[in-house]
Design a binder for this molecule. Structure first.
Ligand code: HEM
Length: 420
């Protein structure tokens, strides 16, 4: 093992170093948490933080093992009732802790099964033409906005609208109703914060209440007039095999797909463009050989992915990386740190579009593995391909503004110019 992976000899010193690194890594809006995550892994690859009450895992193997192990569960409704009864009045908590991301084992499988078709290889392939068309339209607007040589906000014009439109198309939200979706989706996405403020709850509550009502209406409409979309598939479910979902469960599934699929993908689009523009030699390689595009998207997900971390609870007493975790004990897999583990990737901090054998933790692993991974990759590849083909002189026009979040990495604003 290299010196980097050798925990410091003095445990008290190592714990203090780890605690300082942790604070530095998870400061909201952190432009670059990675040096602090290197320090954290070096001091304590499994680090228990008493304040947050969780063990931070920063090695690739530990993250992968925990996520793939059904002995680790996501916090669910029973956890909510037991540990956070003060949240019981929040509609957003009611939604989240019985949703796909807040259920385990059979309850989780029951909710996940009806979504399989919508995210299968065939359905995603069928969405390709739609993604290309939407991407092209948004890039037309971006071209107009920058045609005078001035800067335009890539996130406002492309990074957010594309995933909203794609999720909208998948679910079956009419185009003209997608505007409000972006606002509501961003409000509901506050639920993905590991530590939620009163303001996060207020925004998520308002968005969840409105979206539940909206999706209930959409499902009623599709039951009467089915189309080729996820809302229609769910509206028709009661006749299908297995215990039927209630109307509330169906509406909440659509809501979860929106929450999970939109801000994350906006993050990928902005982060990948930023990674390329700040690594001109890698951008040149990609421009010279567009066959490198899928690899470049993977490397971007690895180098700086949209989801920095996610939490699990040990169902039974267990050891992780040699450290005991009691039953009910919390662990946090720091995906962004595992993706840069030197044990897994040589020269992990380098951004290399030709890096071989990239298998990212960025979409999670195990029972909750991201349903939209193929769709997100498609959006990334299609958009980057068209963006680079259309704008040979793309450049940063000023400092980007990062999303105010400890766990979701994205840009609120990414000003670009299209003339060198
Ligand atoms: C779950 C990341 C795009 C739908 C997850 C998880 C991660 C993730 C890490 C697992 C969370 C956990 O285990 O706690 C991402 C990233 C994306 C992306 C980085 C973009 C680059 C999408 C898209 C959709 C989507 C486009 C759908 C349109 C979902 C759903 C789940 C999920 C439904 C929950 C699965 C379950 O709990 O069984 N995603 N995601 N995601 N994602 Fe994604």
């Amino acid at each position: 093992t290299s010196a980097l992976n050798c925990p410091e000899a003095d445990p008290a010193q190592a714990a203090a170093t780890a605690a300082a690194a942790l604070r530095a890594a998870f400061a909201p809006g952190g432009a670059d948490p990675y040096p602090a995550l290197v320090a954290l892994r070096a001091a304590a690859p499994v680090h228990y933080d008493e304040g947050v009450g969780t063990r931070f895992l920063t090695r690739f193997e530990d993250c992968q093992a925990v996520l793939a192990d059904p002995g680790f569960v996501v916090p669910d409704r029973s956890w909510l009732v037991r540990e956070r009864p003060e949240w019981l009045g929040y509609p957003a908590a009611d939604f989240f802790y019985s949703s796909l991301l807040g259920t385990n084992a059979d309850a989780h499988a029951r909710l996940r099964r009806p979504l399989a078709g919508a995210f299968g290889v065939r359905r995603v392939a069928a969405l390709t033409a739609g993604v290309e068309k939407l991407g092209e339209e948004l890039l037309d607007r971006f071209a107009d906005a920058t045609s005078d040589g001035g800067a335009a906000d890539f996130q406002e014009l492309v990074g957010y609208p594309l995933p909203v439109a794609v999720v909208g198309e998948l679910i079956g939200v009419p185009r003209e109703e997608q505007g409000q979706f972006q606002r509501l989706g961003r409000g509901a996405a506050r639920l993905l914060e590991p530590v939620r403020t009163e303001d996060d709850w207020a925004r998520a509550d308002a968005a969840v209440a409105e979206l539940r009502e909206y999706f209930a209406g959409l499902l009623r409409e599709r039951r009467a007039r089915p189309a080729e979309d996820l809302a229609s598939a769910l509206a028709a479910r009661p006749g299908a095999a297995g215990p039927a979902l209630t109307e509330r469960e169906s509406a909440d599934l659509l809501l979860l797909v929106l929450v999970a699929g939109f801000e994350t993908t906006a993050g990928l689009l902005g982060l990948s463009v930023f990674a390329l523009l700040t690594h001109p030699e890698q951008l040149a390689l990609l421009r010279a050989d567009p066959a490198l595009l899928p690899g470049a998207v993977e490397e971007s997900l690895r180098w700086d992915g949209p989801v920095l971390m996610t939490e699990r609870l040990a169902a039974e007493p267990v050891r992780v990386g040699g450290v005991p975790v009691p039953a009910g004990g919390s662990v946090t897999t720091v995906l962004g740190a595992g993706n840069r583990d030197p044990q897994r990737y040589p020269d992990p901090d380098a951004f290399l579009v030709r890096r071989p054998d990239v298998r990212v933790l960025s979409f999670g692993a195990g029972p909750h593995y991201c349903l939209g991974a193929a769709l997100a990759r498609l959006e990334g590849v299609v958009l980057l391909e068209r963006l680079l083909a259309r704008f040979p002189a793309l450049g940063l026009a000023g400092p980007p503004v990062r999303r105010d979040s400890a766990s979701l990495r994205s840009f609120d604003h990414l000003p670009l110019v299209t003339t060198g």
